[in-house]
Ligand binder design. Structure first.
Ligand code: ZN
Ligand code: ZN
Length: 423
């Protein structure tokens, strides 16, 4: 990571505007590692405009060639569900996504601000939501591949928005809920310290130590077992799998932190070697739909039973997207002692909740989590067990009651986590 000079004012003495500015600076310098002369394509909800403007300022100060932001607006998204003709839900703007992919191929970096209402589409027709998601996934595939292969430097940060804040703190008035959510974002994003850039360097180094330990073990599988028996899952790891975490050097040579916050060590499971039962430890907000109490049974890598107490229809449509949507593309270990888990806040936002608990993801695998993955063909990656799908959806399974063992090739088990903490 490049060294960056920041103002070292005590965090407690900062105004809200200064805290926002600090988050923007960390997003550009630590998250993106934006290079002088590099173009930036950003996406942001309209409600995140103040943070988007500050990120734009810091990007230009860092030498950005041009910053282009694609804004989304929750009420306009809802208007489509209320008034658009049926054919709208099988259509997505390929022309726009081709343009974004072209920008990435020409060297642009990508920053996404998360903050849309996690429950925006909860009352809409699940069939229409699913059709719109599939149409968008198809046209986004070329741009998404450049991101998941880490051909470019990219990052995601979050901005508090009123609807989201009201969902997280339902008993508070909106202004109090907003203030609380912003503070939780600042703390989780590790800017609530006197020198955030130094903090991020130390945090990244600690995660990388854990990654090296896991890579040296060459486990054949992980075994997750919860105290109440609702999870008893064996996750085979891909042949030649690599663990990652604590930052990435993108294929363009730039060091970046793809997620702010990040607490995870993650790798690629084997798409055909997952067996057992698993129950989610937190609800999932997926593209504006809430899915609660997910319980799933895997056989030979494939989901054969899936239930949820809310959003079950959305879950079943999601895993029916394609064959790979029923298989795992990621497994990640996060200790229950992570600051986000200890905050006790349910964020209803995967960027935060996945960094509060060990998790698995259905769908597309990260080829960077397979040895020489960026040089292998799709068939070669599949032969090692890496999954392919139009979707990649993380959901949380870890808790303070979860034990995890590493299973060696000869079948011996080594304790990795006990009651959610690293051994
Ligand atoms: Zn993850
Ligand atoms: Zn993931």
């Amino acid at each position: 990571m490049s060294t960056v000079a920041t103002s070292q004012t005590k965090y407690a003495a900062l105004t809200f505007e200064e805290k926002l500015d600090r988050l923007a600076e960390v997003a550009v310098k630590v998250g993106l590692g934006l290079r002088p002369g590099q173009e930036l394509v950003m996406s942001a909800p309209m409600d995140a405009l103040p943070l988007a403007r500050r990120i734009t300022e810091h990007a230009y100060k860092a030498g950005a060639l041009l910053v282009t932001t694609l804004y989304s607006d929750d009420p306009s998204v809802l208007a489509r569900y209320q008034y658009a003709q049926d054919a709208s839900f099988d259509y997505a703007p390929a022309w726009l996504q081709e343009g974004v992919a072209t920008a990435f191929r020409n060297g642009a970096a990508r920053l996404a601000i998360a903050g849309s209402n996690p429950a925006l589409l909860a009352g809409q027709d699940p069939a229409k939501v699913s059709r719109a998601n599939v149409a968008m996934s198809k046209v986004s595939k070329p741009a998404m591949e450049l991101i998941t292969r880490h051909d470019i430097n990219w990052t995601i940060v979050a901005a508090a928005t009123p609807e989201w804040a009201r969902l997280v703190f339902p008993s508070e008035p909106t202004d109090v809920a907003m203030a609380k959510l912003w503070e939780a974002i600042f703390v989780a994003s590790r800017i609530a310290v006197d020198d955030p850039v130094a903090e991020w360097q130390q945090h990244g180094a600690r995660l990388k130590q854990r990654v090296e330990m896991l890579n040296s073990r060459r486990y054949a599988a992980l075994h997750f077992k919860s105290a109440d028996g609702s999870t008893d899952l064996r996750v085979g790891l891909a042949d030649d799998h690599l663990w990652a975490g604590g930052g990435t050097t993108a294929n363009n040579g730039v060091d970046c932190q793809p997620n702010i916050p990040t607490e995870e060590c993650f790798t690629t499971p084997h798409k055909d070697r997952v067996d057992g039962v698993v129950r989610a430890s937190k609800p999932l907000s997926h593209q504006g739909t809430l899915i609660e109490n997910i319980a799933v049974k895997f056989e030979a890598g494939r989901i054969v039973e899936a239930t949820a107490t809310a959003g079950e229809d959305a879950l079943n449509r999601l895993i029916s997207t394609d064959d790979g949507a029923r298989r795992l593309g990621e497994v990640a270990l996060v200790p229950h002692g992570s600051p986000i888990a200890q905050s006790g806040i349910l964020f209803w936002n995967t960027l935060f909740d996945e960094n509060a608990a060990s998790h698995i993801a259905l769908g597309q695998a990260y080829s960077t989590c397979v040895k020489d993955g960026d040089k292998l063909s799709e068939a070669e990656l599949a032969a090692r067990g890496a999954n392919t799908s139009l979707i990649h959806v993380d959901w949380m399974i870890g808790s303070g009651q979860m034990d995890v063992d590493g299973i060696r090739a000869d079948g011996t088990a080594e304790p990795l986590m006990r009651s959610g903490a690293w051994v």
